[in-house]
Design a protein around this ligand. Structure first.
Ligand code: SAM
Length: 380
């Protein structure tokens, strides 16, 4: 089966690596997506285990449209009974661009009409459309005159891992946090510390990586469970074998934040996890935190968009000073959407990676704080 797996900008290569580990075939990196070939078991694994996937799509049609009416005819021509069992509700997720359709909602409505008409002719009654909690989600993509239609096997976006009970200020997206940890090639061995943890997305994703906890462990359901062709026996095996591969984390895991409410939220969000007692969560101002060697710091400091600071330049200068003074022998990965403020750090990054954070351009910076090579490293 051909599969297309959607992800966030900048995480395509990480996703491709995850797919390689799950032994998917013919892996191709696309823009904000990766395509591959796999079996039913692998489709289920992708939903349950991938950390940087947003949605797992099963393409069912790709065609050229000459006129607007071609859309209805093409969608109606599919035997929808093969995909949608009786009494199941549907919804369509549309991504529309190009000249053929002036209003992006129109093709979504026409596609919905075609599916509902097709199913009425097959089953004799009207299929319910439920845009909030559909049983079957269909993905419609039109770019210029090219239409791609897929079944969305995930339903809800896979970044919703169902552990975030509380959201302190400006939380990271779970897929982005996991992608950053994987871009840093942190593999659960070295000491991990997020000293500005907010609601704890980094530390939770780190625990999941260190303990090999499936990303979808707390996801209550996936759309593929409602498909006409669903193999519950295969799904059960996929889930049980992934759960059986959970291991005791080897490394130290730390999360701290200046604000006690953030600490409370991080603890709350960890509450369902196995090995949560391995994570040390505490309240502390980063500027008074004693540094450690051999630590990988992951930080998402405020950058003056969703959290205002009195003096952003001074804050980033102090951040850089603290890293230089106290954290030699460690490395820091910082995601920030404020390139100007980052200049105040006074540290030269050894890597810069473009990412998207909450719809805004952001960058991930890597800093290596080597003892003895301060001069070279700390010039900007
Ligand atoms: C953008 S939020 C982090 C969000 C977090 N990555 C998440 O996913 O929820 C920035 C955090 O930095 C914390 N912070 C600000 N100044 C700090 C300081 N001096 N020391 C420690 N934490 C600080 C804030 O309390 C806030 O929780």
């Amino acid at each position: 089966m051909d599969l297309v797996i959607k992800t966030m900008e900048g995480l395509e290569e990480v996703l491709a690596k995850e797919l390689e580990n799950l032994q998917l075939l013919n892996i191709k990196v696309l823009k904000r997506a990766v395509s591959c070939e796999g079996s039913w078991a692998q489709l289920y694994k992708c939903n349950y285990q991938l950390r940087t996937a947003l949605r797992v799509l099963l393409p069912i049609m790709e065609t050229q449209l000459e006129t607007q009416d071609d859309l209805y005819d093409a969608v109606y021509s599919i035997n929808w009974k093969d995909f949608v069992p009786p009494k199941k509700s549907i919804a369509i997720n549309g991504t529309i661009s190009g000249e053929l359709f002036k209003h992006s909602q129109y093709p979504v409505f026409r596609a919905k009409d075609a599916i509902v008409d097709n199913l009425r002719d097959a089953y004799g009654d009207r299929t319910r459309v439920d845009t909030r909690r559909p049983d079957i989600l269909i993905d419609l993509y039109i770019s210029d005159n090219r239409m791609k239609l897929s079944l969305d096997s995930s339903g809800r976006s896979l970044h919703l891992r169902n552990y975030k009970y509380r959201q302190y200020k400006a939380p990271l997206n779970e897929v982005l946090a996991s992608g950053i940890i994987q871009l840093a090639e942190w593999d659960g061995q070295k000491r991990f510390h997020d000293p500005m943890s907010g609601s704890g997305t980094f530390i939770t994703e780190a625990l999941m990586i260190a303990a090999n906890i499936p990303a979808g462990m707390f996801n209550p359901s996936f759309s593929f469970e409602n498909w006409h062709e669903f193999h519950p026996d295969i799904w059960k095996v996929v889930k049980e074998s992934a759960d059986a591969a959970i291991v005791h984390p080897e490394c130290e895991l730390l999360a701290s934040d200046i604000h006690p409410l953030a600490v409370r939220d991080t603890k709350k969000n960890l509450q369902k996890f196995p090995f949560r007692e391995k994570v040390h969560v505490f309240s502390r101002d980063f500027f008074t935190l004693p540094g450690q060697e051999e630590t990988v710091l992951f930080m998402n400091p405020p950058y003056n968009r969703r959290i205002e600071l009195d003096d952003i330049n001074l804050f980033y200068k102090k951040l850089g000073d603290q890293l230089k003074m106290s954290w030699s022998g460690s490395e820091a990965w910082i995601i920030s959407g404020n390139a100007e403020a980052m200049k105040n750090l006074g540290l030269r990054p050894s890597r810069r990676i473009a990412l998207n954070h909450g719809g805004m351009d952001a960058k991930l910076y890597k800093f290596e704080m080597y003892e003895g090579s301060k001069k070279a490293k700390y010039q900007v």
